[in-house]
Design a protein around this ligand. Structure first.
Ligand code: ZN
Length: 252
């Protein structure tokens, strides 16, 4: 099932499920008890919001060997994790705004895990039970500030630097899907999730040994090689085979 969050004509947020190109409302708690109404209204008439509201966004650095190397790093021996603030979230179609403090803002197309159940100290084998579904993410990064700052909070945390969506797919298989990132239609990144250093189960075990994961929390699983600059007027598309496409325009 594919789940969206959208803006109602009254300006409220609602959850919906998708059947072909139609949407039905989902009433209740998508992570608990809910009821699906009949899918009748066309998907393209909905203003999509980011598909959930995470309490935290955990990201994994250097989880593809070729990307670690392109920035002059080795692949880590244990997962390298950092946080993005929920204030950085934008939906598909919304602008990524280039901040004045950076001269080098870059895209990072990534597979994103959405947690479905409170998870603390789960094993890699148990991890599947705690996954609600998957979505597509762009971990936008001020690369120059990432290099000058010891901590990555500033480089990763600007408003509009966390795009994810357009929906959550609860049936997606993350074991071998092609992730691509295009800027103005030109291919920048392409790799299979098979090439991750640490797989999703291992990441959930590692992260949940540190912090309790809550329903709706996100794990950005790392980006493949080919990261590059975003400029005013660009359009950046992250696509994952079998999952969909996330698209954002860029402005100064
Ligand atoms: Zn990243």
């Amino acid at each position: 099932m594919r789940i969206i969050r959208y803006q109602t004509p009254e300006g409220n947020a609602a959850y919906g499920w998708i059947l072909e190109d139609k949407v039905g409302e989902v009433q209740g708690n998508i992570f608990g008890e809910y009821r699906r109404r009949e899918a009748r209204s066309p998907l393209k008439e909905h203003k999509l919001l980011a598909p959930c509201q995470p309490s935290k966004i955990v990201c994994v650095g250097r989880n593809y060997v070729d990307h670690a190397k392109e920035l002059g790093n080795e692949a880590p021996k244990i997962p390298l994790i950092f946080l993005k603030p929920p204030s950085s979230i934008i939906a598909t179609g919304e602008y990524i705004v280039l901040p004045a403090q950076s001269k080098q803002v870059e895209h990072e197309g990534e597979l994103v895990v959405v947690i479905g159940k409170r998870a603390k100290g789960v094993t890699a084998e148990q991890a599947k039970e705690y996954i609600f579904g998957y979505t597509i993410g762009n971990d936008v990064t001020a690369r120059d500030l990432q290099k000058t700052d010891d901590q990555w909070t500033r480089a990763k945390g600007f408003d509009t630097f966390c795009s994810f969506g357009p929906w959550i797919d609860t049936d997606f298989d993350p074991s071998d899907a092609v992730v691509t990132c295009r800027v103005n239609g030109q291919m920048r990144q392409m790799a299979s999730t098979r090439d991750m250093v640490f797989n999703v189960g291992t990441l959930i075990a590692y992260i949940s040994s540190v912090m309790t994961l809550e329903p709706g929390d996100l794990i950005f699983t790392g980006t493949p090689a080919g990261v590059g600059e975003l400029r005013n007027g660009d359009v950046v598309d992250v696509e994952i085979e079998g999952l969909g496409k996330l698209s954002n325009p860029v402005k100064a």
